[in-house]
Design a protein around this ligand. Structure first.
Ligand code: GSH
Length: 224
């Protein structure tokens, strides 16, 4: 299988964690931001990454959206499973995954790019990197007011996650699920930001555990 991705995207990390957990061999193709839409639009009708190309007869040509990719992989190869057997618990896991995708992953992006353009500029002060960061800020409307709201949303999210992830290993019913994969990927950009590292050490311990569980390399800032 081939994963079309942006190498730094936390949504693409989510798809890689699922592929890793399923132990499915895959290659990646890194697309160039800006030009990516030309390749993706005819393929999926969307412009977002990740996109999975199963490259097998009888399977869809392309699957867009990290949630759909996880769903496809579970059907393609049921074991090892990240689907909970109790349908009510599985529905809870899907709801937590959707909340992380639609709200928390977006908030993490806002806070991360704000950090990279300010206090975290020294992580890569090169002109090319700062240019990419400015383009991303413009593309998503990342300004001080939006970042303030994103920060508050993350505080609420991390208080909720503390109840579920600090005291137990897995988010839903203490069983590994799509919710853990989504949280580990979508909150990983915060590993670069000292405030989050100091305030929520348990979060990064869990992110590392999930990456080990999936056999995938650790995110920037958490490499051993
Ligand atoms: N809900 C989507 C979100 C993916 C997403 O936001 N991807 C970003 C990269 S992190 C993207 O492709 N942005 C480029 C664009 O929107 O044109 C998913 O889970 O796959």
């Amino acid at each position: 299988m081939k994963l079309l991705q942006f190498s730094t995207s936390h949504y693409c990390r989510k798809a890689r964690l699922a592929l890793g957990y399923k132990q499915i061999a895959y290659t990646v193709e890194n697309l160039t931001p800006g030009l990516h839409a030309l390749r993706l639009k005819p393929l999926t009708g969307l412009t977002t990454l990740p996109v999975l190309l199963p490259e097998q007869e009888g399977l869809p040509e392309a699957i867009a959206d990290s949630t759909q990719i996880l769903h496809f992989l579970q059907t393609y190869q049921p074991q090892p499973s990240y689907e909970l057997t109790d349908p009510i618990l599985q529905s809870q896991a899907c709801m937590v995954e959707d909340w992380l995708d639609e709200s928390i992953g977006v908030a993490a992006r806002f806070v991360y790019y704000q950090f990279r353009s300010r206090e975290g500029k020294q992580l890569d002060p090169s002109l090319s990197s700062q240019l990419v960061i400015q383009v991303v800020r413009w593309q998503y409307g990342i300004d001080a007011a939006a970042v303030d709201l994103a920060t508050k949303r993350l505080d609420i999210a991390l208080t909720e996650l503390a109840h579920r992830w600090h005291e137990q290993s897995y988010l839903v019913n203490n069983q590994f699920s799509v919710a853990d994969i989504a949280a580990a990927a979508l909150l990983s950009p915060l590993a670069r930001i000292p405030y989050y590292r100091q305030t929520y050490p348990w979060l990064f311990a869990r992110i590392v555990e999930v990456h080990h569980h999936c056999g995938e390399p650790l995110p920037p800032g958490l490499e051993e």
